[in-house]
Design a binder for this molecule. Structure first.
Ligand SMILES: Nc1nc2c(ncn2[C@@H]2O[C@H](COP(=O)(O)OP(=O)(O)OP(=O)(O)O)[C@@H](O)[C@H]2O)c(=O)[nH]1
Ligand SMILES: [Mg+2]
Length: 208
């Protein structure tokens, strides 16, 4: 297919269109995925999840910049949270990542949940494969980890990072069943206030 040839030849427009095809379940989506499949499997995939406002986008931005410094290309799939959690987050993410978009070695794509997460983990997974086939060295998926679907989205990553913030002990208990079990890395973010060491101990105890 022409779109696949273009994508493999590093056309950002073709990559963008292919993700749109997958996202909207266009007729050619399955064929695109079949054709790109042999070109996948080279990227390192990082899943970042955690509660709303924990600082996931900020970390994604910094990680992407650090990888660029080391000469790696980076794809970012940001799953937009649904409105009950943070209505302004979509715009916030886009603005924060604006300076990344000027860099040819970075490709940022937001995928909306549109109120339902049905099928989204498959679509996000396909978006990752498309960026992989395009040739991105590292792909970061950011999602707000509050339920099973979000967990499904990140658990296929090579490394999964759960971002938590101090002083959310009860919340951690509540989300334990979902996200704490899938984390390879636990990042205690916004660690400026006092008592952060206690938080580390708290997480250690929950993980036992
Ligand atoms: N004090 C402090 N603030 C931070 C830190 N990291 C991020 N923030 C701020 O916290 C706010 C939320 O950060 P985001 O990176 O948007 O958090 P997020 O987890 O992506 O948020 P959602 O995608 O809406 O769930 C922003 O105003 C950041 O500037 C940190 O380490 N310390
Ligand atoms: Mg975010």
């Amino acid at each position: 297919m022409e779109i696949v040839d273009k994508l493999l030849n590093h056309s950002r427009l073709a990559l963008s269109k292919a993700i749109t095809a997958v996202e909207n379940e266009y007729d050619d989506a399955v064929k695109i995925m079949t054709e790109i499949y042999p070109h996948t499997g080279n990227a390192y995939v990082i899943g970042i999840t955690g509660p709303p406002g924990a600082g996931k986008s900020t970390l994604t931005d910094k990680l992407a910049k650090e990888y660029r410094k080391r000469g790696k290309t980076v794809g970012i799939v940001a799953i937009d949270p649904t409105s009950p959690y943070s209505g302004g987050a979509i715009l916030g993410d886009r603005i924060r990542m604006m300076d990344l978009m000027a860099d040819e070695g970075i490709f940022v794509r937001s995928m909306a949940t549109r109120g339902s997460l049905g099928g989204l983990s498959q679509k996000a997974g396909d978006a990752v494969k498309l960026m992989d086939a395009y040739g991105m060295d590292v792909i970061i998926i950011e999602t707000v980890g509050v339920g099973q679907s979000e967990v499904d989205i990140v658990k296929t990553a090579d490394t999964t990072m759960v971002v938590v913030i101090p002083g959310m002990g009860d919340d951690i208990q509540a989300i334990k069943a979902g996200i704490l079990e899938i984390g390879d890395l636990f990042t205690i973010n916004k660690a400026d206030p006092e008592g952060t060491d206690n938080h580390t101990i708290e997480i250690d105890r929950i993980l036992e």
